[in-house]
Ligand binder design. Structure first.
Ligand code: 13P
Length: 335
């Protein structure tokens, strides 16, 4: 790889997954955050979204557990009270700024019920701009649906290609790519179906990453866990989820990848944490496995905050508790 950024990229990737640290995914698009606010009757506008993010990022001691946080475009252009841009504030607090650069999952032509994530047009210029603004890593989320005959090979390959193109463009511009192929837990499919879909997706994604000459040491994989669907009649134990997930990653994720930072995908927060801890208690792994949770870190604090400044201290305490619990779960724990 001839990117002038190679050494910096590898160092940033390693910092993001350094022992006991994980990532706070606070990059919900404005429509998605609005939906989450509305469930709790919180008004959603630019200022309330800014207040929410400022409350999260200024939680005292956050950087003890959190190495980086992912922002949405609106947030990286905003400032904390007092006028410092968020990226500068985070850097002053030893937290690396990340940025969501995809423009969302859109219907995939000819593939009913499936999506492809868009955002490659103009990405080189946007990456340059985000780097100038202080971002040092990025995220792109592909969405894979399990259903009758799904996922199709056409969908898996379209998403893998886009993820790989995104990852290389980021590396050339100095941003560590978080490669996120999420197999959704919606529906009633079995754990075996999830395993098969996750394996096909990872194989196709790493084949595309190789073809696009992505430096694996300078990227982080953000996969979903191997689980039965939320409405599946046969649920699995924490140990089974950990074993199936780790088996799938060991078979399909090259050892040179800097780290695996899991998404929570809508699991209850304590369950997501238990799965992470169980994975780190199984055996010695070739990469760190940590967290890059969105809902499993923010849902509890949001219920406490409710849009009221008076609740900020309590909400921050809840965020710190969750961050610390996930930090502990991310440390290898072999007897
Ligand atoms: P969840 O942990 O809520 O799945 O969010 C992680 C994320 O970044 C989704 O893109």
């Amino acid at each position: 790889m001839n990117s002038e950024f190679q050494a910096e990229l590898v160092e940033t990737a390693q910092r993001l997954v350094s022992p006991g640290k994980g990532i706070l995914a606070a990059d919900e698009s404005s429509p998605t955050l609005t939906k989450r606010f509305e469930k709790l009757s919180i008004v959603s506008n630019e200022e309330s979204r800014r207040n929410w993010r400022e409350m999260l990022f200024s939680a005292p001691g956050l950087s003890n557990w959190i190495s980086g946080t992912i922002l949405y475009d609106e947030t990286i252009r905003q400032s904390v009270s007092g006028g410092r841009p968020f990226a500068e504030f985070l850097s002053d607090h030893q937290i690396i700024t990340g940025i969501k650069v995809d423009t969302g999952a859109k219907p995939l032509a000819g593939h009913p019920g499936e999506t492809v994530t868009e955002g490659l047009d103009g990405l080189t210029q946007r990456v340059d701009e985000y780097y100038q603004m202080g971002a040092r890593f990025a995220k792109w989320r592909a969405v894979i649906h399990i259903g009758d005959g799904l996922p199709t090979t056409g969908c898996i390959e379209a998403n893998a290609h886009a993820l790989a193109r995104y990852a290389k463009i980021c590396q050339m511009g100095g941003l560590v790519p978080i490669v996120e192929p999420e197999v959704l837990m919606d529906g009633d499919h079995s754990m075996e179906m999830c395993y098969a879909a996750t394996e096909r997706t990872l194989q196709s994604t790493f084949s595309a990453l190789r073809n696009q000459r992505v430096l694996l040491e300078a990227m982080i994989l953000k996969p979903s866990m191997v689980l039965p669907a939320a409405d599946s009649p046969s649920q699995a134990s924490v140990t089974e989820v950990a074993q199936q997930s780790v088996t799938c990653y060991l078979r399909n994720v090259p050892a040179s990848v800097a780290g695996i930072a899991l998404l929570s995908g809508g699991q209850p927060e304590d369950v997501a944490t238990a799965h992470l801890a169980a994975m780190n208690g199984l055996l010695r792994l070739p990469w760190p496995i940590t967290f890059s949770f969105g809902r499993a870190l923010q849902d509890g604090p949001m219920r406490i905050w409710k849009g009221q400044a008076a609740n900020s201290d309590a909400a921050q305490k809840a965020l710190i508790q969750l961050s610390e619990a996930n930090s502990t779960a991310s440390v290898p724990n072999l007897d």
